[in-house]
Design a protein around this ligand. Structure first.
Ligand code: CA
Ligand code: CA
Ligand code: CA
Length: 447
């Protein structure tokens, strides 16, 4: 067995998994949610340009993680959201005009309205007063109620959405308010912050607030921005571009498997892609993301604003399945689980789109299998003393215990002295050739 040969530390296939029994909800408009499950339902679509949600839901559907949506507020009365709102029980059952839980905010039942922009007054009611319902839309992507026979579904079937109003009815706000939003969310138990807003100006105070969230083990998901293909590495968009370990910056992909034309990107500063929708010039139609809007309705929107909540929801689900993980480990699971895509290569750090199944399963997404080296295979000569930077590919036959399949895979050998080098196994699977290719550093030891 190669695994015990001392030359290969650990080798795992990283092919795209499909659960045997994908789980589909009964919600009336589920089939419009191509971001979760793209069957090619829209004209010009590319099937499977999605996050593999039904496959992941075979593993887990619910999260007890509190996800703060920092946006225009949330219609917490929406029938498809009401059951998944974070509720401050002390305030719900407490007295009006009394800070029942003594957290410094009176009557903050569902979150708080921190907006002071353009004369807007702060208060305990974070209801979404924006015309298109930007925050409510983001909330539905994370956690619209599932199997309730209503409308849409969220990435998480059950979750706790904290409504934090930063932006006014015209989708504008102030950095100073954003800091208070983040501080409140962190202090009141949110573990994931979904931020579909941005500004091109650096703020030390805002970065400090995000660093404080990091110190508290909180993930900050941020939309990369819609400045028509801006390279964030050159022209930063904040908060997405802060160099904080706890930030995941998200660009937008489309139903026909492209980067959205409006989406900003950044080989260094943007981390991952997720469905955001776009205008499709081929069919001269918008193919956006359907989600909840205020007043109990549903509508389509597109943008990196929609992509970020997919990732926020994924973080919440990963954490629920793997509660022992630190926030940075949850981020690793999400980033390491991507579907690598040629068109995202060089556009973001992972070069891939969110894959909920692999994110949730983490290392467990690699099936148990036995590697068997065929001694008569001339390609199986182990390379020693090769420079680490060299790229090797060799044929190895392996038999997957799970399936009984025998496949030829291309792998790299990791020299023995680099036992502790490397990131998660993260090879590229070529379905047509049934081969997996790793680069050096993508094979690592866990023992
Ligand atoms: Ca309170
Ligand atoms: Ca109260
Ligand atoms: Ca629903």
């Amino acid at each position: 067995m190669i695994k015990s040969s001392g030359d290969i530390m650990y080798v795992e296939p990283n092919f795209k998994l499909k659960a045997l029994f994908p789980t589909f909800p009964n919600d009336t408009r589920f089939d419009e949610l191509w971001g979760l499950h793209n069957t090619g339902q829209n004209e010009d679509a590319v099937a499977d340009a999605d996050i593999d949600a039904p496959e992941a839901w075979d593993i887990a559907t619910d999260s007890d993680v509190v996800v703060a949506v920092i946006d225009t507020g949330v219609d917490y009365t929406h029938p498809d959201l009401a059951g998944n709102m974070w509720v401050n029980e002390a305030e719900l059952t407490g007295d009006p005009n009394v800070d029942d839980d003594v957290n410094g905010y009176m009557d903050d039942v569902y979150g708080y309205d921190f907006c002071t922009y353009n004369g807007h007054t702060r208060g305990p009611d974070p209801y979404d007063d924006s015309y298109i319902g930007h925050g409510t839309h983001c909330a539905g992507i994370i956690g619209a109620g599932v199997n309730n026979g209503l409308g849409v579904v969220g990435v998480c079937w059950n979750v706790k959405i904290m409504a934090i109003k930063l932006l006014d009815a015209s989708y504008e706000g102030l950095t100073s308010d954003a800091i208070d939003c983040i501080d409140y969310a962190v202090e009141n138990g949110a573990k994931v912050l979904s931020n579909s807003w941005g500004v091109g100006v650096y703020s030390q105070a805002l970065e400090d607030a995000i660093e404080a969230a990091d110190a508290n083990g909180v993930i900050v998901v941020a939309a990369a921005g819609n400045y028509y293909g801006n390279n964030n590495d050159e022209y930063p968009v904040y908060p997405a571009s802060y160099e904080c370990d706890n930030i995941i910056s998200v660009l937008a992909t489309t139903h026909n498997d492209e980067i959205a034309g409006y989406s900003d990107y950044g080989p260094i500063s943007v981390d991952i892609g997720a469905p955001g929708g776009s205008y499709d010039y081929e069919i001269e139609k918008y193919v956006g993301i359907l989600s909840t809007v205020p007043g109990g309705g549903y509508d389509y929107l597109d943008g990196t604003s929609m992509a970020a909540p997919y990732v926020a929801g994924a973080c919440a689900l990963v954490w629920a399945v793997n509660p022992q993980l630190s926030h940075l480990e949850v981020i690793d699971y999400v980033l390491n689980g991507v579907d690598k895509l040629d068109y995202l290569n060089g556009k973001c750090v992972t070069g891939g789109r969110l894959n909920l199944l692999r994110a949730v399963k983490g290392k467990a997404s690699f099936p148990n299998f036995t590697l068997t080296q065929e001694n008569d295979d001339p390609d199986c000569v182990l390379p020693f003393n090769e420079a680490l930077s060299n790229y090797h590919t060799y044929n190895i036959h392996w038999d997957a215990n799970d399936t009984g399949d025998t496949n030829v895979v291309l792998v790299d050998y990791l020299p023995e002295e680099t036992e502790y080098y490397g990131s998660e196994p993260n090879g590229t699977y070529n379905a047509s050739e049934n081969k997996v290719t790793w680069e050096i550093g993508n094979i690592s030891s866990y023992s």
